[in-house]
Design a protein around this ligand. Structure first.
Ligand SMILES: [Fe+2]
Length: 378
């Protein structure tokens, strides 16, 4: 006996169109899509039906595991709390970002990061989770211990994406030292003198470690079939370097120049959904809206606010010049394709029935129900 479910009277967001109709789910996959209403099934009362969101870069798990300095929560409990918020934000596939190469603001060891990853792996095996979880290794290549952390994931097939980042002062996101001081001096509570010493140290580490770490990690990733992302590219030269290293995704380019060059080179350009909702970047870089207007944006990511992904989708879908299917592709089909998932990200016969029922209320999308492979998870 095959398990069937009918979702009826929905506004179905297809790849390029919105139709009112019904979707038949059989054995976890989309078996049929038809315009007009059929009898029976779950009545959507005109709510939207969109593909489950695909999230490539969320920092959200760490905060559940280390909610305060030196406080550590049970890793499985942390994973469950994170997963619940991810799924109830309409995300059915998530790449949990794990730090590799820890800088001073991290307060976490490579062993602890591995422990968190093990808690996810164990929770997948025990069928505890609502969303489908994979890993994104955020590699801080300026740090001396970066490769050590990376090797904790040598035999881990859950790694789908690795990003190469350098957050030392004077680099990329922090070309402007004033912005760096605003971000780190306050966060680390350093005096001006201590801050100068700290900057010198970080710049020295970047000069020593970044190039060799980039090379080793990108070589291993290409060999293992892990998709590579560059991070905070600021210039055309950064993009040239990325292309040379086989990078496929440009994460958070900080300037219009870098985004345009990335797009031109065939990279998928990813920006933060909070940037869309807030109308600009929290560190003063190029705005995602501007990139959309230039046709340079492919993917949105929730970054530090899980709900921002679906919020930005409906926010963009209500704005001039961007249709709802255009906005939905930024959070479904495009990110899925970027990391090699061809079985999801679009409402099409034969694809996974990863689906979200949404009602828009006061311009905020209310996530009412979520299915992963046809099974209700929210
Ligand atoms: Fe960054």
């Amino acid at each position: 006996m095959s398990a069937e479910l009918i979702l009826n009277n929905a506004q179905i967001v297809l790849e390029n169109d919105v139709i009112t109709g019904s979707v038949l789910i059989r054995d976890g996959k989309i078996a049929d899509i038809s315009a007009g209403t059929v009898s029976g099934g779950e009545d959507f009362e005109g709510d939207y039906l969109i593909p489950g969101l695909v999230e490539l870069h969320t920092d959200h798990l760490e905060g559940h595991y280390a909610p305060r300095p030196r406080v550590r929560w049970n890793p499985i409990a942390a994973v469950l709390a994170h997963d619940a918020q991810i799924a109830s934000s309409g995300i059915t596939t998530v790449l949990d970002a794990l730090r590799i190469g820890l800088d001073r603001d991290a307060d976490m060891s490579a062993e602890e990061i591995r422990k968190l990853a093990d808690a996810i792996e164990d929770s997948v095996q025990q069928d505890r989770l609502r969303a489908d979880h994979y890993f994104h290794l955020r590699c801080e290549v300026s740090e001396a211990d970066c490769l050590n952390g990376f090797h904790f994931f040598d035999n881990d097939s859950r790694v789908r994406l690795a990003s190469l980042m350098d957050h030392a002062p004077g680099q990329r996101q922090f070309v402007d030292l004033e912005t760096y001081a605003y971000y780190y001096q306050r966060k680390l509570k350093l005096s001006d003198l201590e801050f100068n010493v700290y900057c010198e140290k970080r710049m020295g580490e970047s000069a020593r470690n970044s190039a060799p770490n980039r090379k080793v990690i990108s070589d291993i990733c290409r060999e293992r079939g892990i998709v590579l992302a560059s991070h905070d590219d600021a210039t055309s030269a950064h993009v040239d370097e990325a292309v040379e290293q086989g990078i496929h995704v440009a994460e958070f380019p900080t300037t219009l120049e870098a985004a345009a060059a990335s797009k031109h080179a065939g990279l998928a350009v990813l920006m933060g959904a909070p940037n869309v909702v807030r109308g600009g970047s929290h560190s003063g870089n190029v705005s995602a809206r501007e990139l959309i207007e230039h046709g340079h944006l492919d993917i949105l990511s929730s970054d530090y606010i899980p709900f921002s992904l679906i919020q930005s989708t409906f926010f963009l879908g209500e704005s001039d010049g961007i249709s709802l299917p255009d906005a939905v592709r930024l959070v479904t089909k495009n990110p899925a394709e970027a990391v090699g998932f061809d079985d999801r990200g679009v409402i099409e016969v034969g694809k996974r029935a990863d689906l979200v029922r949404v009602r828009v209320d006061e311009h905020i999308p209310v996530v009412r129900t979520v299915w992963r492979e046809g099974r209700r998870v929210v």
